[in-house]
Design a protein. Structure first.
Length: 109
């Protein structure tokens, strides 16, 4: 772990978060479609995934969605640092939990 990441390293973490979050909600959407749900948006996907216990912490997923959407328009170092901290402290674990959940699904074998 980097003790004092540079601005460039933080920007890289945020960029990878953007990509990973996009792939994650689309994976959930595809899974929900496979299960018979018709979902269109990331917000709807998260809400249904939470309701069927595919994910935990639905409100934190919605916070991650808001921060992901905000990353496109970050021009403020303070906001960038706040999102970086959320990624490091909470959102990474959400994504890790989703990975573990899908790894354990028997229907994907």
């Amino acid at each position: 772990m980097i003790e004092e990441p540079s601005v460039t390293e933080k920007a890289g973490v945020i960029q990878f978060f953007e990509i990973t979050f996009e792939l994650s909600w689309k994976l959930m959407k595809d899974y929900l479609s496979y299960m018979g749900y018709d979902v269109k948006s990331p917000r709807e996907t998260i809400k249904i995934a939470y309701s069927i216990e595919l994910i935990d912490e639905g409100s934190l997923w919605l916070d991650a969605l808001m921060d992901r959407n905000a990353t496109v328009h970050i021009y403020d170092q303070e906001q960038s640092d706040a999102i970086y901290c959320m990624i490091k402290e909470q959102y990474f674990q959400l994504l890790q939990n989703l990975y573990e959940k899908f790894k354990g699904l028997s229907c994907l074998d």
